[in-house]
Design a protein around this ligand. Sequence first.
Ligand SMILES: [Ca+2]
Ligand SMILES: [Ca+2]
Ligand SMILES: [Ca+2]
Ligand SMILES: [Ca+2]
Length: 254
Amino acid sequence: MGLDSSGLTPLTTCERCENLAGGEGACCFEDGTCEILDELACWSAWGFWMGSETTCEMCEEQGTAMIVLLYASRGELGLMQADDIDAMIVFDADEDGWFGGEDLVLFSLAPGSPSLSMIPGVSAEGAAADVFVVSPSSPPAVFASAEELGLGAPTDNIDALDLHIYVEKSRQAVQHGIRSFLPGDMNSDGNISTADITPFVAALCGHGSFADVCPKGDLNSADCNRDGNVNGADIDAFIELLVGGRTSSPSLDQ
Ligand SMILES: [Ca+2]
Ligand SMILES: [Ca+2]
Ligand SMILES: [Ca+2]
Ligand SMILES: [Ca+2]
């Protein structure tokens, strides 16, 4: 095991040290050796700490694979000893397999995790459904609150996260149910075409006329520049979508 590109050891800041467990336990090393160390000494020596009062026999039971694959310690993620991550997405920006540099980690915590009452901005209810973000330079913070995700009941919990990379973001957001309408697709037929021009003009003229022209359409589709309003400012964006056949929307990039 080696140092990451920043040259920092995993535990070099005071706030990280505050979360260290007490006592000594087995510290397993990639070469198969083991020492009984406290948590800080173990992580600083690039070992894998098995927990307080554990024995070196546990290193053999776990094998070396887990040691090699260690990406970030609990302390590096700014979490507390009894925290339980139940959902995670890792953005290893520099693809070096270490938590450092521009890396980001999105995660959710299991109900009962101590940090659910410590992270700034955490939901008062249903915090196990909050999604948090942590980077090497910033402690855990709320990335998306339970309420923002349509959750937040006391027993709500997110225990899995997934990542989809979209090329045609708006169209695929509609297909996956994330968004109910496609900007510019005034008649809701799944395409942006000349058939959408008349309904778009009607939308700019007021809700009533739009409903007459296009009873199955979604007025929200006229908000082509995604600023939350339907007005003349959407015309250029609509023309761009129509002419260019583009279906991407700035709102998913912001
Ligand atoms: Ca990295
Ligand atoms: Ca959770
Ligand atoms: Ca259409
Ligand atoms: Ca608009």
